[in-house]
Design a protein around this ligand. Sequence first.
Ligand SMILES: Nc1nc2c(ncn2[C@@H]2O[C@H](COP(=O)(O)OP(=O)(O)OP(=O)(O)O)[C@@H](O)[C@H]2O)c(=O)[nH]1
Ligand SMILES: [Mg+2]
Length: 194
Amino acid sequence: MDISALILAGGRSTRMGEDKALIPWDGIPLLTRVSQVATQCCEQVYILTPWAEKYQKIVPEKCQFITETHPGQGPLLGLAEGLEKISSEWVLLLGCDLPLLQSKILQNWMENLTQIPDEILAVVPHQQARWEPLCAFYRRSALPNLQEFIQQGGNSFQKWLAQTKVATIPVSQACQEMLWNCNTPIDLEKNTKF
Ligand SMILES: Nc1nc2c(ncn2[C@@H]2O[C@H](COP(=O)(O)OP(=O)(O)OP(=O)(O)O)[C@@H](O)[C@H]2O)c(=O)[nH]1
Ligand SMILES: [Mg+2]
């Protein structure tokens, strides 16, 4: 499977009030956790951020940094920049704030990508009437469509996906747990949730 991982680590963490990527979860920073899982799934792992130097020492050596040219414009523009710079057929897009990510589940999902028809541009978990775009797969050929959406002023993942050919990943109980992301200090406190 020709797939790379792209981890987004350029958010401002406004709700958290401090850099989420560096927050320890069971003693290990969130970005370290996510990048370790990513290296278990993909040969090539890219981290998109304006702050490579801040994260270099906390991620596996084989991770490569892409220095963001227009930082702070949100995850959808982050995906567009990643797809411009990564040449693999598929990209596994990951937020840096997914402490419960499981490589086994991701690997299962990846195995099914070979059966996805060419015209499907994204393969995305869907639950409670909402896409989970930051733990999902995007085809490189989605780029022109995505660029057009952005040129028209779009920056919402949900809106882009609503008008794109997407295959749904059904979310089981185990997956639901894995998709949980933390945004606030209260989320961190509730880490016994599951
Ligand atoms: N590279 C990059 N990553 C981003 C950008 N905006 C958000 N992200 C990442 O996308 C993921 C999910 O975003 P959010 O949960 O909204 O994180 P955030 O934007 O840092 O947090 P808030 O400011 O509280 O919304 C996190 O991994 C963020 O680091 C961006 O402009 N560039
Ligand atoms: Mg945000």
